[in-house]
Design a protein around this ligand. Structure first.
Ligand code: SF4
Ligand code: SF4
Ligand code: SF4
Ligand code: FES
Length: 607
């Protein structure tokens, strides 16, 4: 431990800590702008400048390490004056049209002006050439608002490993965007939206769907049907001042009804359905491999109840519910697309069932249905535009609202969210199990699938305490485990004694590592779960800001609480899913299931 003085207060610190870290640990507030958690500290904005005895210049607290005996002054007249000048210079090249800006009231640049007591800039000078890039269906770039903090650059390159954003040009002409004059709509951007969660201003945000949804809600010739993803209920409350980790499932349903949606379904229902389809797809691939190796014959295959046309035995199989991950794989791993499960993501399954099964059963014209998905994800806005995901020639889902956009609508409608009573989802697609709830976190889809696959094969529950596969619970970038199949049912004897290795990753840089292993033939895994956002959907690109490591942890705990509080915790126990197969789909992997619930992929450019 070392000792230093900050504003005359002697404080303890560890060697290697920065002045900012030590100040924060001692409740001394130093303003920052470009710095962001553990992710980004490059000392570019200098707003955190402080005086350090013996230094000729002011030092940036976020990048300056402490030393024994250091004397720091954080709010002298010189420091305050310097911060104001820096802020005014940034403001002189900023539109400052806060009243018309989506970030008004939740903007770090605006908040900083209040802290520094700067109302206007004394400097009038040249303005940067700026443009709005709305070429992507998911993310809008507004360079007029960019303050060049480069948080998005660190996120896109280091956390996601994509590299769609970088600083282009130099000096006053510097602009953050894709290289080679590309726009986001044609670059390698996965639309994960992680850059929108770290941007301190309105320079990166999701494409607006609120206007279209309000229009649909006021169109008396349309029936509006909404569905909500598992992770939304664990974060929406934060937009209304509730503590992170507060589950607001019932209030969310009430708010959606008050907004005017006529039917409120739960994407968790089709998360349970995904487990049936994906679980049987994995078992089919394993059976296909056993057949190829001569360990099982046609008679044994018929007894398993698997679809007649077995898929190619391409292993490891990789989950497919994260559209940011899918687009990443299409750009960077086009040779490995056969490893992806063919299952559509759960909200696309629900959209397809709404426009077919639900419409038929209720005598409705599917062209008059308007299906809205409330998602933690910006990439879902792109997913609904994919031509291969249409249903009977119609859009499967008509609009996607992020959690943040839903909160904006609730505020605009004057709904007192925090004091709403709870409401249940509508039937027939409102019932779900705990396995579906954990789709909202990294490791959840894998654990949900294992709960079903293990029980199908052995007729016993997954042999882990409280059904949690502990090695894959938590927020580590890559998690692995293995499951041994013992005393399996006679029909599954070809799996007896197999030790199945599995891997789970979230954030695209981890995915890249696992894909490289597959490419080089060294992957030991049978099944891999990939979620495009770090931590999974709970920290999706459309979730409330900020998403810090502490907030991620609280949302994760809320999701597991929801799972553990459910009377049914395994997808195959959902009675409404069983009924859906009985009355409509037939069996998992049936021809109808393939038409409505599965999809294909396409290679995309790498540059
Ligand atoms: S980004 Fe912030 S400061 Fe800039 S116009 Fe929007 S609210 Fe105002
Ligand atoms: S949406 Fe994701 S991939 Fe695209 S620029 Fe932002 S962080 Fe990078
Ligand atoms: S787009 Fe946002 S996060 Fe990226 S550099 Fe500009 S202000 Fe910072
Ligand atoms: S916050 Fe320290 S340099 Fe920007």
């Amino acid at each position: 431990m070392i000792h230093l003085s900050i504003n005359g207060q002697i404080v303890e610190a560890q060697a290697g800590q920065t002045i900012l870290e030590v100040a924060r640990a001692n409740k001394i507030l130093i303003p920052t702008l470009c710095h962001f958690n553990q992710l980004h500290a490059i000392g570019s904005c200098r707003i955190c400048s402080v005086e350090v005895a013996g230094s000729k210049t002011l030092m940036a607290a976020c990048v300056t390490p402490v030393s024994d005996g250091m004397v720091v002054l954080s709010h002298t007249a010189k420091v305050r004056q310097m911060r104001k000048v820096l802020y005014e210079l940034m403001l002189s090249d900023h539109p400052a049209d806060c009243l018309h800006c989506d970030r008004n009231g939740c903007c770090e640049f605006q908040d900083l002006g209040e802290v520094l007591q700067v109302k206007e800039s004394r400097f009038v000078g040249k303005r940067s050439k700026s443009a709005i890039d709305d070429s992507s269906p998911a993310i809008v770039r507004d360079t007029t608002k960019c303050i060049l903090c480069r948080r998005c650059v660190s996120t896109c390159n280091e956390v996601q490993g994509v590299g769609a954003l970088n600083a282009q040009n130099r000096g006053f002409a510097t602009e953050i965007g894709p290289g080679g004059r590309e726009r986001l709509g044609t670059a390698v951007c996965t639309y994960c939206g992680q850059c929108t969660t770290v941007c301190p201003v309105d320079a990166l945000h999701e494409k607006d769907s609120v206007t279209a949804v309000w229009q649909a809600l006021s169109d008396r010739y349309r029936k509006t049907i909404v569905q909500t993803a598992p992770a939304v209920r664990a974060a929406l409350g934060e937009e209304f001042g509730l503590a992170p980790g507060t589950l607001v499932t019932g209030k969310m349903v009430s708010a959606l009804r008050q907004l005017g949606f006529q039917v409120v379904f739960d994407t968790n229902f089709t998360a349970d359905l995904t487990i049936q389809e994906e679980g049987y797809e994995l078992l089919s691939r394993l059976a296909a491999l056993a057949k190829q190796q001569g360990r099982i014959d046609d008679r044994q295959l018929a007894a398993l109840g698997l679809p007649h046309h077995l898929p190619d035995p391409v292993l490891p199989m990789i989950t497919s519910c994260s559209p940011g991950w899918i687009k990443y794989a299409e750009h960077f791993h086009g040779d490995l697309l056969a490893h992806l499960s063919t299952c559509r993501s759960p909200h696309m399954m629900l959209g397809a069932l709404t426009k077919t099964w639900y419409a038929q059963n209720n005598g409705l014209d599917p062209t008059e249905l308007y299906v809205v998905s409330i998602m933690p994800c910006t990439a879902k806005k792109f997913e609904i535009t994919r031509p291969e995901l249409k249903t009977c020639g119609l859009e499967t889902v008509d609009a996607v609202l992020t959690t943040r956009e839903l909160a904006r609508m609730i505020r605009e409608a004057g709904i007192d969210f925090a004091n709403l009573p709870d409401s249940p989802f509508d039937s027939p697609m409102g019932e779900s199990t705990g396995a579906a709830a954990i789709f909202g976190t990294t490791g959840g889809v894998m654990e949900a699938a294992l709960r079903t696959v293990y029980e199908v094969v052995t007729s016993r529950p997954l042999p882990f305490e409280n059904l949690h596969v502990q090695p894959i619970v938590g927020l580590d970038r890559i998690k692995t485990a293995s499951i041994r199949f013992e005393n399996v049912l006679p029909a599954w004897s070809f799996l007896e004694g197999i030790e199945a290795s599995i891997a789970v990753t979230s954030g695209l840089s981890g995915a890249s590592q696992l894909m490289d292993e597959i490419e080089s033939g060294t992957s030991p895994y049978v099944f891999i779960e990939v979620m495009g956002c770090p931590g999974g959907c709970l920290s999706g690109g459309g979730q409330p800001r900020p998403t810090t490591p502490e907030i991620r942890q609280l949302r994760l705990q809320a999701i597991y609480r929801e799972d553990e509080g459910k009377p049914l915790r395994k997808s195959h126990d959902n009675p409404d899913i069983r009924k859906l197969y009985e009355v409509f789909l037939g069996q998992p992997g049936s021809q109808l299931a393939h038409e409505l619930l599965h999809t294909t992929y396409q290679r995309r450019n790498k540059i």
